[in-house]
Design a protein around this ligand. Structure first.
Ligand SMILES: *Cc1c(COP(=O)(O)O)cnc(C)c1O
Length: 425
């Protein structure tokens, strides 16, 4: 082998994994154990004091999860990663490491609905305040910055699809004000977009979606870009102040460019507890092995179907950045040249009734609340996920009465088109 770094396809299969030293097992074993025996008393003491790396208890580290962590860090180009129980846990532990009561963060207004709820409501209990900015207008983020701002949060390709974020523009603003940029890369995955290459400092994932890819397990990841200098920065006491529970150790000084990942693990996972089950880590690892193949097929299928629907007489509009006429096509070509992902929305000329009929009539598409499965999925947000909102709120959230969201799977596109045509007729 030369000094050349392995390519993305190779990393997706091999990063973090080696044959099991004891048994020779080639697939990563599921270490289904709660705890790990210490070599001796001194070893135990050094593990508890963070003087040595090793396993204590699977709430904090687990060897199966460690392979997943190394793999995603390699695919994203980060310094370290932490596997957690869900995408929401990844967002929560990230903010827990950055925020103190009374602090603020600025979030893009085009986000996964669950993130909007988490930020608006659950975070109130912690005294963390979200300030919303316009995804399409980077200057609105800069205008929202105050002395209490501790992070900027956006999605690379925003749920419910069709929106591509100008990550570099947000990174410029974040760097000017010395604030970390957190990017939720769930919809794009590192196959399509690697946010660290555009100036992000932290990446979070719902591994439930395209990384796992088979709709069979909930999981999340936090990836440390190693780019932000926390040392000596009083705004981030979790990282920059002595930790009483670790003999006054300062994480930023002790762990340098992977201090953020350490904070997520030894304070977030240890104290708050949303650990990923090793069995789920195993399933997500299996999914990632075929991520490049699957994502390309997802994108190719989605483009074919978006094109077909854009010319369908029952369809008023299609919001998919892969279409040349789309307002985000330029950003998509710049940030996501391999494809625009698998999730997008359409508007039906027949409004609410037509949306309800379409989801009821489809046979091959599953009517459910998820994305990123091998199977094609469909949902009518106005009658389901966004039901509780008023009509104006629905429209702002991109969930007007006529809107249907599709997550295109890996089936033959001709079969998907036939199913859509029959259901629309
Ligand atoms: C699903 C999703 C989440 C939440 O992840 P869970 O694994 O369901 O907790 C966060 N962000 C985006 C973009 C998502 O699609």
């Amino acid at each position: 082998m030369t000094d050349r770094l392995p390519g993305f396809n190779t990393l997706a299969i091999h990063a973090g994994a080696a044959p099991d030293k004891t048994t020779g097992a080639r697939a990563t074993p599921i270490y289904q154990t709660a705890s790990f025996v210490f070599d001796d008393v001194d070893h135990a003491a050094s593990l508890f004091g963070l003087q040595a790396f090793g396993n204590i208890y699977s709430r904090i580290t687990n060897p199966t999860n460690a392979v997943l962590e190394e793999r995603i860090a390699a695919l994203e180009g980060g310094t370290a990663a932490v596997a957690v129980a869900s995408g929401h846990a990844a967002e929560f532990l990230t903010m827990n490491a950055l925020m103190q009561p009374g602090d603020e963060f600025i979030a893009a207004n085009k986000l996964y609905g669950g993130s909007i709820n988490q930020f608006n409501h659950a975070y109130k209990n912690f005294g963390w305040n979200v300030v919303w900015a316009d995804t399409d207008d980077p200057s609105s983020f800069e205008r929202a910055i105050t002395p209490r701002t501790r992070a900027i949060f956006c999605e690379s390709i925003a749920n419910p699809g069709g929106v591509v974020t100008d990550i570099a523009a947000l990174s410029d603003i974040a760097k000017r004000h010395n604030i970390p940029l957190v990017v939720d890369n769930t919809m794009a995955t590192p196959y399509l977009i690697r946010p660290f290459e555009h100036g992000a400092d932290i990446v979070v994932h719902s591994a439930t979606k395209f990384l796992g890819g088979h709709g069979n397990s909930i999981g999340g990841l936090v990836v440390d870009g190693g780019t932000f200098n926390w040392a000596g920065d009083d705004r981030y006491p979790t990282l920059s102040k002595p930790r009483p529970e670790y003999a006054e150790m300062v994480l930023a000084e002790n762990f340098g460019n992977f201090a953020f990942a350490i904070a997520i693990r030894v304070l977030g996972l240890r104290d708050l507890g949303p650990a990923l089950a090793p069995f789920n880590a195993f399933l997500i690892l299996n999914g990632i092995e075929t991520l490049p193949l699957r994502m390309q097929r997802h994108c190719d299928n989605a483009l074919a179907i978006a094109n077909h629907l854009a010319h369908h007489p029952a369809v008023a509009w299609v919001s998919y950045p892969g279409l040349e006429t789309d307002r985000y096509h330029g950003l998509a070509r710049r940030y996501s040249p391999l494809g625009s992902g698998a999730v997008f929305t359409i508007g039906l000329k027949g409004g609410y009734e037509a949306g309800v009929k379409l989801v009821s009539n489809l046979q091959l598409f599953s009517h459910l609340a998820n994305i990123g499965d091998t199977r094609s999925l469909v949902i009518h947000p106005a009658s389901t996920t966004h039901r509780q909102l008023t009509d104006p709120q629905k429209i702002t959230a991109g969930a007007g009465p006529e809107v249907v969201r599709l997550s295109i799977g890996l089936e033959d596109p001709a079969d998907l088109i036939e199913d859509l045509d029959a259901a629309l007729a």
